[in-house]
Design a protein. Structure first.
Length: 171
């Protein structure tokens, strides 16, 4: 059985031109309907006009002007990878290792971090400033991190760090 309040809320969602009827059902409960009940006395319910509030959010443009892109690209004053050795080889016997991301200010809501390994996007975007690489081949690589927005457009990219992965080769 529906509560009278739930019925009233449901009926308030009807178009403004709809008529609402209030009556007492067979069990003695107050009920509301958009149809007059058959064989029962009913009253029409007058509802006050609905309140409406306009959204304060500005619509997102489908194309960003070039000045907006430039502002977004300078949004993070620090964006760099941490935890990668540059003077010696990175020992990762199975090619799996983590890197950190130093970012100032903190990552903005809606933005994500994505690695770029040897010029190609790597892994899934994340909002965590600690990222993992898995099964990276031995040898020299270039790694950078990008900040991307919800549309996966690049907002900013760090400098590329060159490093060498050392893996043990088992016969």
């Amino acid at each position: 059985m529906r509560s009278p309040l739930a019925c009233l809320l449901l009926l308030c969602a009807l178009p403004a031109a709809a008529q609402i009827y209030k009556y007492t059902d067979a069990e003695g409960n107050t009920a509301y309907s958009n149809q007059p009940p058959q064989g029962r006395a009913s009253q029409t319910v007058e509802l006050p006009p609905l309140n409406s509030v306009e959204s304060l959010r500005k619509p997102v443009p489908t194309t960003l002007p070039s000045t907006t892109v430039e502002v977004q690209q300078t949004q993070y004053s620090q964006l760099e990878l941490t935890g990668l050795p540059t003077d010696e080889a990175l020992r990762a016997n199975n090619g799996t290792f983590d890197v950190g991301v130093a970012i100032v200010p903190r990552l903005r809501s809606g933005d994500r971090l994505r690695l770029v390994l040897d010029g190609e996007p790597y892994g899934q975007p994340s909002n965590v400033p600690r990222l993992q690489l898995v099964n990276v081949d031995r040898g020299e690589h270039g790694l950078a991190v990008q900040v991307i927005d919800a549309r996966e457009a690049v907002i900013q990219q760090s400098a590329t760090v060159t490093f060498t992965v050392q893996r043990v080769h088992l016969p």
